[in-house]
Design a protein around this ligand. Structure first.
Ligand code: HEC
Ligand code: HEC
Ligand code: HEC
Length: 475
């Protein structure tokens, strides 16, 4: 399996593809001309200087948010087995396995290729193997990697490792994760090296990237807000790194903080707007629906988690305690709503098909008739009316009416679901929709997609054969 970080624009913007190259040149020019400026700046505000600015009170408050909101008393001495258990839980919240476990037979031994527009970064081995893993790292080395994005020999790490978010995590939590990683079976495995193009293979260039896109420092709770909301903010902005996918990026691929959580397209998938905006975000979802989505991957009548979000649910959010899920929901409902211009919530589109399906039977079979292809490939599970089978039972075949992928203003995720299927494993169910990528041609996938959005979803959302070909190439 390969992860992709590239900029496929939402379907309607797919055509304009000359932007990345122009931006790359602009980036380099900016970067080099600002070198002198940086050196001067670094003298005054370098990491050492910044560390001194960090007030002890800030750390103490962050430690508060690092505790579940309802934890009444914190035992002063935590038994080491408790520490390891806590570390395991936090490693799940941080979803380290999503990137560092490429092969289930080699947990945490790395080797997952992450495709970027400038080449491939392969994740390192973080098992305690002394030669190929992090067995020889001190706790200080580990803290520095998580908080500053700096490796053991002082080399800059690439932000494909989400240190931009992990910097917010308290020392205490980082060290609990370290304690857990120390208990793993050391695996002797050296992942293949990165293949990044010049000049991006020069790690020190990340100094400039950090300058514009990285704010080192622990989470600072807002004393005006409840412990629950602060806990949610601590998790979402920090370990759970929801923004890696849900916040749009600037031309340097840094997070665009002015439009936090307003949605972004990554590797073909649209990680939707999750701000509380009523039409563009999840403002009309109840707390229980959001919690159910994060814990099980399904919020019947609104959304199902496929693609990268299915992985997040499978590896991470399903393991969160009720309290932590509740805190995340409280926080998400509190962020500033961002209106993306949608006229209706994406989960409020569509009606059941009413045309009699038998009417289609007498007609000549046309290889690219969306309705016929839908009946042939999808109706056994989703019903010809689009209403699904099994209602809201766990593992049901969901209704395509009032489904966020079908009602979204771009058809990316719908086409991706048809191409790559759905696979999600939770305590409640093993959810599987087969991938149709090998059986259906690009024009057939486009025809089904356009039929499904027109019949069951947002009729303005369409996809071309070309766009399907680009989405197919993503995985
Ligand atoms: C989104 C993918 C992703 C996630 C999630 C992730 N990492 Fe990584 N991590 C990477 C990549 C990529 C690198 C290598 C960066 C580089 O080569 O500069 C890396 C590097 C590291 C390193 C430095 C190792 C070395 O040999 O230099 C450590 C330590 C680390 N990660 C720990 C963690 C921990 C702990 C978690 C979970 C809390 C985690 N990572 C989650 C992608 C990820
Ligand atoms: C690796 C990328 C990634 C990460 C990390 C991620 N998401 Fe998602 N998220 C997605 C994608 C892609 C979708 C759309 C899934 C689909 O259409 O089936 C999505 C969908 C959602 C939805 C449903 C929106 C809708 O209308 O369908 C919610 C809510 C959500 N994510 C919340 C979160 C939260 C909270 C976090 C952090 C705990 C998070 N996500 C982390 C990629 C991600
Ligand atoms: C073998 C049964 C089966 C078939 C055939 C099938 N699906 Fe699915 N479909 C599923 C299951 C299971 C899910 C995931 C349910 C969940 O997430 O809880 C799903 C999910 C979906 C979703 C929601 C994805 C999201 O991100 O919200 C869409 C849209 C969809 N299918 C469309 C289709 C289309 C179009 C076809 C025909 C090309 C099709 N399905 C064929 C079983 C099937």
């Amino acid at each position: 399996m390969t992860k992709n970080i590239s900029h496929v624009q939402p379907a309607d913007a797919l055509v304009q593809n000359t932007r990345p190259r122009r931006f790359r040149v602009a980036t380099l020019a900016t970067v080099f001309s600002l070198f002198a400026l940086y050196v001067a700046w670094h003298e005054v505000h370098g990491p050492a200087a910044r560390h001194n600015d960090e007030l002890p009170i800030t750390q103490a408050r962050a430690d508060d948010a690092s505790q579940p909101a309802d934890a009444a008393a914190t035992p002063t001495a935590v038994a080491s087995s408790d520490l390891v258990k806590r570390g395991e839980y936090l490693a799940r919240v941080g979803d380290c396995a999503a990137c560092h476990t490429a092969d289930k037979a080699r947990p945490f031994a790395g080797g997952l290729p992450i495709n970027t527009p400038v080449g491939t970064i392969v994740t390192p081995n973080i098992t305690p193997d002394p030669d190929t893993g992090i067995g020889q790292w001190s706790d200080a080395d580990f803290l520095r990697a998580m908080h500053e994005g700096v490796g053991k020999s002082g080399e800059r790490l690439y932000p494909a490792f989400p240190y931009v978010e992990y910097t917010k995590v308290t020392d205490q939590d980082v060290l609990a994760i370290r304690a857990y990683l120390n208990t793993l079976t050391p695996i002797h495995y050296a992942p293949p090296s990165n293949t990044l193009k010049f000049p991006f293979n020069l790690r020190w260039l990340m100094v400039f990237w950090n300058l514009f896109n990285f704010d080192e420092g622990r989470f600072v709770p807002d004393p005006k807000q409840s412990a629950e909301l602060n806990r949610g903010a601590y998790l979402v902005q920090g370990l759970a790194h929801c923004e890696e996918c849900h916040t749009p990026r600037n031309f340097m691929q840094g997070l665009k903080m002015s439009s936090r959580f307003s949605g972004a397209v990554q590797a073909g998938w649209h990680a939707y707007n999750i701000t509380p905006d009523k039409n563009s975000g999840v403002g009309n979802w109840s707390d229980d629906e959001l919690a159910a989505y994060l814990s099980t991957g399904a919020a019947p009548g609104r959304a199902n988690a496929a693609g990268p979000m299915a992985e997040v649910v499978t590896d991470s959010t399903q393991y969160l305690t009720r309290e932590d899920v509740g805190s995340i929901v409280t926080y998400l409902h509190s962020v500033p709503p961002i209106n993306g211009g949608e006229s209706r919530p994406r989960d409020q589109w569509g009606n059941p098909a009413v045309d009699d399906v038998t009417a289609l039977r007498g007609t000549t079979i046309n290889a690219v008739n969306g309705a016929q292809l839908f009946i042939a490939n999808c109706a056994t599970c989703h019903n010809w009316t689009g209403q699904g089978v099994g209602a809201s039972e766990p593992g049901a075949y969901p209704s395509l009416i009032h489904n966020s992928a079908v009602g979204a203003s771009d058809a990316n995720n719908l086409a991706m679901v048809i191409l790559h299927g759905v696979s999600r494993t939770t305590k409640q169910a093993d959810v599987l929709m087969p991938a149709f990528g090998t059986q259906l041609t690009d024009d057939q996938v486009a025809a089904i997609t356009n039929y499904v959005t027109k019949q069951f979803g947002n009729p303005q959302s369409t996809v071309t054969v070309d766009q399907v070909a680009k989405l197919r190439a993503q995985q």
